[in-house]
Design a protein around this ligand. Structure first.
Ligand SMILES: *[C@@H]1O[C@H](CO)[C@@H](O)[C@H](O)[C@H]1NC(C)=O
Ligand SMILES: *[C@@H]1O[C@H](CO)[C@@H](O)[C@H](O)[C@H]1NC(C)=O
Length: 252
């Protein structure tokens, strides 16, 4: 088993011959799955499968900061308008997955479907014009054209990332929670209460059995959810989209 070497130890070990799976950075061995080497001298950790970058002696996430004049970090601006979400994580099922809307849940994984529909009589544009990707808006709405709107929100009971299906079923409480506690950086982290991660839990059917197509639901890192077993920490990264091209008439 590979020993995970800390930076201090790496410095001491400089000059030691790299073992299989290791690489050298300024002569110091490191695991490329755990660190990135810059200018053959600076090692920055890979966090949740996302590389970090050097800036004035520190390592930073481009999903949260930018490096000004090579020395100081500035927070990214907040996202505005429409965006999609990508999942990142060390668990292989969470690597660069798209978040998709289906059945009121925002989920990801091989079995996570994108569920959309279109009613030509109600749609302000030709149904064929919708790309049917899962698009959210920073004002709390989904990127859909359904009259009366659809909203993304956190379930106040279990912290699940969900969206309203529209129509009569929309309770005003759900809408009031849309976006609450969530910070969205432009082409950067989608974070809850200042915590930079979420929990991915395999969707299980009533009775506790796992569904056939693997889909993972996304939960806020509340104390209750962090105490749950069987869920993995993931990060969510937003990317700007033009809703006009990418969204759906309705998410089902
Ligand atoms: C999106 O869905 C609508 C029907 O709901 C369909 O007419 C349209 O062709 C779909 N768009 C794409 C890009 O598949
Ligand atoms: C919240 O989740 C529970 C299941 O944990 C579900 O029964 C309830 O309908 C959800 N509430 C909303 C508003 O989606």
């Amino acid at each position: 088993m590979a020993l995970r070497l800390g930076l201090a130890f790496l410095a001491l070990a400089a000059g030691v011959l790299a073992q299989e799976g290791e690489q050298l950075c300024g002569g110091a061995p490191y695991w490329s799955s755990d660190y990135t080497c810059y200018d053959d001298s600076v090692l920055c950790p890979v966090s949740y499968g996302i590389p970090t970058f050097p800036c004035g002696g520190a390592c930073y996430h481009r999903e949260m900061y930018r490096c000004v004049a090579g020395t100081s970090l500035r927070l990214l601006p907040r996202a505005a308008g429409s965006f999609g979400l990508t999942v990142q994580g060390t668990v292989s099922y969470a690597h660069s997955q798209e978040v998709r809307a289906c059945g009121g849940y925002l989920a990801f994984g091989a079995g996570a479907r994108e569920c959309t529909s279109c009613v030509p009589e109600l749609a302000p544009k030709n149904c064929a014009a919708y790309q049917n990707k899962t698009v959210l808006q920073t004002d709390g709405k989904m990127g859909s054209d359904l009259p009366g709107h659809q909203y993304w929100y956190l379930n106040t009971t279990d912290g699940a990332l969900m969206y309203t299906l529209g129509g009569e079923a929309n309770g005003p409480d759900e809408i009031a929670t849309a976006g609450k506690g969530v910070t969205i950086y432009q082409d950067g982290f989608f974070s809850y209460n200042g915590l930079p991660y979420w929990l991915a839990c395999l969707r299980t059917l009533p009775g506790g059995t796992v569904g056939t197509g693997r889909a993972y639901r996304i939960y806020a890192p509340t104390p209750d959810n962090l105490a749950k077993t069987g869920c993995d920490q993931i990060k969510l990264v937003s990317y700007g989209v033009q809703f006009i091209d990418q969204g759906a008439f309705k998410y089902n």
